[in-house]
Design a protein around this ligand. Structure first.
Ligand SMILES: Nc1ncnc2c1ncn2[C@@H]1O[C@H](COP(=O)(O)OP(=O)(O)OP(=O)(O)O)[C@@H](O)[C@H]1O
Ligand SMILES: [Mg+2]
Length: 391
């Protein structure tokens, strides 16, 4: 604790310095108000012992200046015997207490100790009040953010609904046009090379129109599904589901993709798996997202799927021999719009909604989803679901 002793009487300064240093205080002294103020402005003191009557700048003026510079440091006035009126005046100006001369050391020490403790307590109270104020402000900001997030979700959802209807017509008409065009193509023989080139370009454009239309429709469906799951407005069925048929159904949809990418596919489903209660359309969606990722991020090798029971739960895994995922991102990839890779250079095709949708669906079924993976060594995504009956 650092104390500033201000007194024009050298003897008083010496005695106080010696006694206070003896009990562990660090003491700096000043012989007048002016030099005391200079010290006070340049150093942090825990308390000041200030003589009231000094030549030049008196104690009251010095006190006033000190208060202006730092109103929190406790100042104890040392007054001549009988000058209580001025001492009271000093207390009105913010002095902590006063003690009469000749200074009684025991009283000074007691007063100093109390003054320093009180200042520390006041500081603590101020900090607590500030923290409380800050946390109230933080809470308000958090509520505001939640509100904005809800508004954004509602906006996204309504825009997506608006886009979905015309897009369905666009895809439908594009598909009809492509069918009719194919029929037409088969019935005509182009009479020059230029014409057959143009016909080929129209054919390719119609293909692109249909496939990009489907990609856009998938994206809109994902946004609608995610917003409904996040808002808790998604209607979930409670069917009795045989996971084996869900897996077979979705795997069949992917057979062509596995073959065209040269990937082996295998599955291993434990016999007599218990059923689960839930929404089979949504559990198929989870499988579809996991298979689609496995295909998308695997250059060569194989994709496999397994289902087994363990401790009253069913565990379904989709493994691949693809590029793998660094450990630091194992949690982040389940957040929406989170994709691995530089946005401008190697961002994967897609939007980063598949895994967050899987997570929300699995959680709505009372389960968990996680990944085990290492870069270059492939990935295994597993989700668990409560089994319908005891196993
Ligand atoms: N099997 C996998 N192997 C390697 N990386 C994966 C695998 N599955 C997911 N990832 C990484 O996690 C990211 C998030 O996956 P998610 O399915 O959410 O989004 P996406 O596939 O990029 O886009 P979307 O599913 O919306 O079409 C992917 O972009 C990819 O970086
Ligand atoms: Mg995906």
């Amino acid at each position: 604790m650092h104390v500033l002793v201000v007194d024009d009487d050298e003897m008083v300064r010496c005695v106080l310095n010696e006694k206070l240093s003896g009990i562990g205080y660090e003491v700096t002294d000043a012989c007048d108000g002016q030099s005391a103020l200079e010290l006070f402005r340049g150093t942090v003191f825990d308390a000041v012992l200030l003589d009231l009557k000094m030549p030049g700048m008196d104690g009251i003026t010095t006190l006033r200046e000190m208060r202006r510079h730092d109103p929190d440091v406790p100042v104890i006035m040392v007054t001549a015997f009988g000058d209580v009126a001025t001492a009271v005046e000093a207390i009105k100006l913010g002095a902590y207490d006063f003690t009469e001369k000749p200074p009684q050391l025991s009283r000074i020490m007691m007063t100093l100790k109390r003054a320093i403790e009180k200042a520390a307590l006041e500081r603590e109270v101020r900090n607590l009040a500030k923290t409380a104020e800050e946390s109230a402000a933080l809470k308000a900001a958090c509520e505001k953010l939640k509100e904005l997030d809800k508004m954004k979700t509602a906006f996204l959802s309504s825009i997506s609904h608006e886009l979905r209807t015309p897009l369905t017509s666009i895809i439908g008409y594009a598909e009809i046009a492509r069918q009719k065009y194919c029929k037409l193509l088969s019935s005509i023989t182009p009479n020059d090379q230029n014409m057959s080139q143009v016909l080929g370009q129209i054919d390719a454009s119609l293909d692109i129109l249909v496939s990009e239309g489907h990609c856009l429709a998938d994206l809109i469906d994902n946004v609608l599904e995610l917003t409904a799951l996040e808002a808790g407005t998604a209607d979930m069925c409670s069917d009795d589901i045989c996971l084996e048929s869900v897996i077979h159904g979705v795997a069949a949809e992917f057979t062509e993709q596995f073959t065209s990418r040269g990937l082996d596919f295998s599955w291993e489903i434990e016999a007599d798996l218990p059923s689960v209660v839930g929404d089979s359309r949504r559990l198929s969606r989870v499988m579809r997202h996991l298979f689609s990722n496995a295909v998308k991020f695997t250059e060569q090798g194989r994709v496999s799927c397994s289902a087994r029971k363990a401790q009253g739960r069913l565990l379904v895994s989709v493994s691949d021999t693809g590029k793998g995922i660094p450990g630091a991102l194992h949690r982040a990839i389940f957040d929406k719009f989170s994709q691995i890779g530089e946005t401008l250079t190697d961002k994967p095709k897609g939007t980063g909604l598949g895994l967050p949708i899987c997570r929300l669906i699995v959680e709505r079924h009372g389960g968990n989803i996680w990944v085990e993976s290492e870069p270059g060594k492939g990935s295994t995504f597993t989700f668990s679901l409560p089994a319908r009956r005891d196993i």
